[in-house]
Design a protein around this ligand. Sequence first.
Ligand code: AHR
Length: 490
Amino acid sequence: MNSSTEIHLNLRRHNENVDERIYGGFLEHLGRAVYEGAYQPSHPTADENGFRRDVIEALRPIGFSIMRYPGGNFVSAYDWKDGIGPKESRPRRLDFAWRSIETNQFGTDEFMAWCREIGTEPMLAVNLGTGQPRGAAELLEYCNLPRGTSWADLRAQDEPYGVKLWCLGNEMDGPWQAGQRPAKDYASSALQASRLMKGLDPTIETIVCGSSGRGMPDYMDWDLQVLDTCFSSVDYISAHRYTQKGKMSTWDYLAEGLEIDRIIQDYRSLIGYVRAKYKSDKQIHLSFDEWNVWYREMSGDGDWKEAPHLLEEVYNWEDALIAAQYLSSFVRNSDVVKVACLAQAVNVIAPVLTREEGVLTQSIAHPLSLFRGYGVGTSLQAVTLQDSSPGRGFASVPHVDVCAVAASGQVNVFLTHRSDHGSTKTVIDLRPCTISGAKGICVAEAADTANTWETPNAISQRELAVQVLDSHKVELTLPPLAFAVVQLAI
Ligand code: AHR
């Protein structure tokens, strides 16, 4: 069945600028993310730091703007002091979170060096599970303060790292988390940590842990308590989500964008409420610092091994259409979402997988790199006239998910076609703005197509024909299950 969509964009109807930090990634000490992923001194491509160059080369085109580290659940029982100084004297530890052995051969300094190689900004999480605010402040001193005091003097380089974004713990509402505690206890420790850290370096921004997911029984109660307590000191509250397909049809699965919009709307309301309560103009934003598809490789039991194979999800094309909808929702809601991190970057629920022979770039890398390349500018509000059908409990799921940005002389429109039942004729109308040229890029595959070690380029980008109808309108045809970027010169 073929359908049609009309998209109206007016450059005067816009949201805020897209914050480039929504294109972030995440590297956790988990499975083979660090060891055999980022770091493997024995690998033929390893550089003098022990970093796998093939991984660096595979990550660069994805263009992660920021990189969260070192966890995740890992951070809640991690002592960052184990991972500094001469490698030969670093302790081997039991990792509580993933029942693995942590050798500590990769720590804070190695992470900073790795970020430089990738071309990304570091974002650190502190341990507020088994750790105390004081340890968090010491890590801040180690990273950001000039030489002259004990922790700063131990840093591997003279120049401070200048880490701007700091997560105050991780998923502290989760029973699986080391040091989980009631909201009011966590909030008081997060507030102390944030104040101490900002006292040492007022230029940093802090993120308090929101609920670890919408399915948590105290979703929004937790968030309200922690934001209420920490409002005066923190800059962001976090949200996490992992999309699960379960037994859903592709259509129901691809209704995910509505769920993501709903979560962001929940936080918009919460933040508005707390600001109103304090009669404050202070801006608090959302850090969506863990998001992805994750439902196949769920075991987190590393069997007390080094670098066990954990969470090595293989992504197909429908998963990539979910990733596209996360990013689209972050762009649409640019007033609320200022930071976001794909979980994760390498091997663990990641766009890049490694084995001894090389690397494999997965389907989800396509929307990531296309958004990173074209999704910077002012977020435009789209009005769409289009077919919709019921799906996953929503009365009306539009067939095409739309977001758009305007940058100098250019409007880029991102389209995710949810329907697998035929193509959709799409008209984009920019009135009163004049269009001087148009082109498009498209990826469209069957839902279960995946890049594999045998067929690493099964999924590829191709040109999309975009016809200029008149000086304000273009037309294109979206194939089933497509992700497209339409670039309009104005
Ligand atoms: O990303 C994998 C895990 O998912 C993280 O460690 C944790 O924060 C979340 O539960």
